[in-house]
Every structure is written in C-alpha cells, then in structure tokens.
Ligand binder design. Structure first.
Ligand code: COA
Length: 283
C-alpha cells in the first residue's frame, strides 16, 4: 500500500494545491482554509507530499458531508480512493450520522460500491455576461447582509432549511471577501438570504435560501447587479421553476452532478427552500 493515512493540517496547503492541480482542480487558499478550519481532512502522504485527500464535515448528529476526494493522477486505480473514503466513513459510523456528497462521474462507481445512493442532482449554472432582462418580482425588501446585524437570523433560517446548525460555517462565509443579501417580507421577518464568495474567476452564490422562487430570484438579481465578475450557483434538481427563470436571466447550465446519500433515504430540513448549496464539499 502506498503511504499511510494521516490527518492533514494547515501547513499542507501548497501540497494540497498541487494534488488538486494533478486532477485539473483548483483549490483557492481561502476555500482550503475553510475546509481545514471546519472539517477534518485525511490523506495519504508519500515522500512528504499528499497523494490523496478527503474532507469530512459533521453537522452535529444530523448530517455529515464528504468532499475534496482526490487521488493524485499518478496513483489512481490502486485502492487509495477506497481507503480514504473508508477512513471518513469510520468517523461517521462511530456517531451514526447520515452522510451526503456531490459526486463527479469518476467518483460514482466508488461511492455506489460503498452503498451511496443518488437522491437528487445538483445543476451548476453560470452567468458570464452582464446584460440581462430583469424579471419583475418586487415582493420583498432586500438589504445588504452584515455579519454583526444579521448573523442570528441567518443561522436560524439556515438551520430550518438545511436541517442542522451550521453557525460556524456561516460565520466563516460572512468574513471579508463575501457579499450577501437578506430578504424581508411585509412583516419585516426574514424570508430569504444569500451569501456569495469569490471562487477562482467566479462569484459563487451559496447558500441561497428563500420561502419562494420569486424571492430567490430577487436575491439573484441583487447579486447580478453587485458583481463585477461572472456568477455561478449550484441548484438542487427539485427547483425546476427557478432553473427555468435563471435561463431567462441569461444563466447557462454547465454541469450536472449526482447528490448521493448513505445511511438515510432523504436529506433533513425544508429543502424545498434551498435554491443554491453552499459548496459541493460542505453540503
Ligand atoms: C475518484 C477517485 C478519487 C478514485 O480514486 P482511486 O484511487 O483511483 O480509486 P480506487 O483505486 O480506490 O478504486 C475505487 C473504485 O473506483 C473505480 N475505479 C477506479 N479506477 C477506475 C478506472 N480506471 N476505471 C473505472 N473504474 C475505476 C472502481 O469501481 C474501483 O472499485 P474496485 O476497488 O472494486 O476496483 C480518483 O479517480 C480521482 O481523484 N478522480 C479525480 C477527482 C474526482 O473526481 N474525485 C471525486 C470527487 S466526488
């Protein structure tokens, strides 16, 4: 067996970035910092370089998420992917928590053989130009998100929709380079919010949560007005009306990936109010 499995720490960022590049992925330092702060990352190390990685994020005992499963291009097909996945599953089995992941086509056979089942799909939409037809949907008031002012409301809304407390993640996402909006109804209560964060050349919108499709669209338009770079969002397949409206706004679907689940038949929370996931790795 090549190398042994160890926990990955913050000092490993350059080696992890090289590992990601070997499979054509790009890990920004900020994203890796979030993964390493919020989750546990494991990997195989050989000659002081990481040749595999997997990140595990646990949200209490409700749900966990696995992401960043990578085996260096030179070491694939030798069992490293299976063994790194088994290491992550050992952790969740101790707590008895269901686990989700967003799979690439390369990963699907491995995950299926470990018992994961596809429960829905995640559709990536990108918007690369800045001329769009605004859709008339002025139902709610939109306000710029401020961490200190809004964090408590956001944590509560996110918990209702996602089904688990992600306060630590939300605090991280609202730090410096992110932008966000909160929607309020006539009673001034929160009825939606979105946070966006630069990832590579894109502004990634997610999480995006709202009581209705129209509110989610109003939030999307706020991001489009604010962003100086192309925008992207990962939408769960159940939001078909929303996806049709995104196409009218000039978005294009660029990727469809299965969302797979182990030890549960369905995801927790009020997922019909989830319009954009936070990140494929984070859930
Ligand atoms: C997906 C990935 C992690 C698998 O890692 P790996 O070390 O090559 O996988 P393993 O050698 O442990 O093989 C696990 C299973 O994958 C499948 N598999 C591996 N190599 C394969 C190949 N060349 N062709 C078809 N299936 C293959 C088999 O089902 C295998 O099952 P087996 O153990 O019964 O033979 C690796 O290909 C990778 O890093 N790909 C790029 C990044 C990526 O897409 N990651 C998944 C994110 S969700």
């Amino acid at each position: 067996m090549l190398g042994k499995i160890e926990k990955i720490d913050v000092s490993s960022m350059p080696s992890l970035q090289k590992l990601a590049e070997s499979v054509g992925w790009n890990f920004t330092t900020e994203r890796l910092h979030i993964y390493l702060s919020l989750g546990t990352m494991f990997g195989h190390r050989l000659h002081n370089e990481w040749i595999s990685s997997a990140a595990l994020f646990q949200y209490g005992t409700t749900i966990a998420s696995i992401g960043s499963v990578i085996v260096h291009a030179n070491y694939q097909g030798q069992g490293l992917g299976r063994s790194i996945m088994k290491r992550c599953l050992y952790e969740v089995e101790r707590v008895g928590v269901p686990v989700s992941l967003v799979a690439t086509s390369a990963g699907v056979p491995l995950y299926q053989s470990l018992g994961f089942q596809t429960v829905e799909f995640i559709h990536r939409f990108t918007h690369t130009h800045f001329v769009y037809e605004p859709i008339e949907c002025k139902q709610v008031e939109i306000e710029q998100l401020r961490e200190k002012k809004h964090i408590t409301e956001i944590i509560h809304f996110d918990k209702m929709v996602f089904g688990a407390n992600r306060s630590e993640l939300l605090h991280h996402l609202m730090k410096k380079r992110s932008i966000g909006f909160i929607a309020r109804n006539a009673e001034k209560s929160i009825c939606g919010f979105g946070i966006a964060f630069p990832v590579g050349n894109f502004l990634h919108i997610g999480p995006l949560m709202a009581d209705h499709t129209d509110i989610a669209l109003q939030l999307i338009q706020a991001f489009l007005c604010q962003s100086a770079i192309p925008v992207r969002i990962d939408v769960p397949s159940r939001q078909s009306d929303f996806m049709r409206a995104l196409c009218q706004l000039g978005f294009q679907e660029t990727l469809v990936s299965p969302l797979m689940l182990l030890y549960a038949q369905q995801l927790p929370g009020k997922r019909n109010r989830l319009f954009g996931i936070a990140d494929p790795a984070l859930g």
